[in-house]
Design a protein around this ligand. Sequence first.
Ligand SMILES: Cc1ncc(COP(=O)(O)O)c(C=O)c1O
Length: 396
Amino acid sequence: MSASQQDRYRPETRLVHSGTLRSPFGETSEALFLTQGYVYDNSAQAERRFKNEEPGFQYSRFANPTVAMFEERMAAFEGAEAARATATGMAAVTLALTGQLKAGDHVVAARALFGSCRYIVEDYLPRYGVASTLVDGTDLNQWRDAVRPNTRTFFLETPTNPTLEVIDIEAVAQIAHEAGATVVVDNVFATPLFQSPLALGADCVVYSATKHIDGQGRCLGGIILASEQFIQKYVHVLLRQTGPSLSPFNAWVMLKGLETLPVRVRRQTDSAATLAVALADHPKIVRLIYPGRPDHPQAKVVQKQMRGGSTLVAFEIKGGKKAAFRFQDTLKLIRISNNLGDAKSLITHPATTTHQRLAPEQRAELGIGDGLVRLSVGLEHPDDLVEDVLTALEAV
Ligand SMILES: Cc1ncc(COP(=O)(O)O)c(C=O)c1O
């Protein structure tokens, strides 16, 4: 389907058809091109391909037909001019940031970041002479005050992990652009179905495709989406020369995952909202966080920039770590795992897993109490999930 044809269709349709490269066999389901290299008809053709005088594939570290289908389909869904797939979500984040930065530059990032993203900003970039400042992402004044003459990029994740805080992308993008900086948004929690950072002013959006895009707990992957110019200038060459590429097999899994993403994510979000209702006034719960509820701390921003709630619910159980562990260990259906966006419902205790690297005061600053659990809601029947959660709370 050509780009102009794609524009006619709604997102669900694009997710089934966009980017398909059909082979001479006319297959209905997209082919898996499990190949490292490509052969040329003759020497002159090889020369033309290497000089970029003729379109075509050369080597799967930087281009492969199955990977290209995944990139093209994601770009059509996101409304981005270009995309590059990576081996993991962390490879996407690292590439999107390091591709733009050099020694002497400065980054401003929201401090409520996924642990490895925070490592990149706080520990990894400074090793190469890139300074960073962490701010409370919901406080626009902090973004403004953190800007320095050498600030090159802003980085944020929204909703955040694990407290589902929501950051105003449009307002932050405005501050960044006034300062001559770019904005990179990690859109993993919102999914492309419910939030479009590029349309809100971001310059680049990254995903861990490992999460809702695969959605069935099989493969790791990542993707970077931006303008053609951004991708060419900051991403393509670095991906080609350093090689954190997505395997064609994983790209094929992701590509097929995209076909069912809206159906899965909508169902999981509806079930998460049902669970939030069941838990909201529970006597053993101190705090419930769910984007989409009027009591969410940034409810107005959610309404402004998101088209749906979340497949995740976070809640704090009375009694701290002991109570949270007892609750998790009593669950029968919901399994303990730090992953998210899976067909299976998964629960994690951030203070002792994903965020254990942080000092207790840093966790407190982020609202990660010892009783907090993060539940990623799957595709099970919502009544079974509610029953599992309420039964486990009785044991606390
Ligand atoms: C918000 C967020 N960003 C990035 C990542 C990294 O993705 P991956 O595990 O695919 O490297 C994750 C999860 O692991 C995540 O939750």
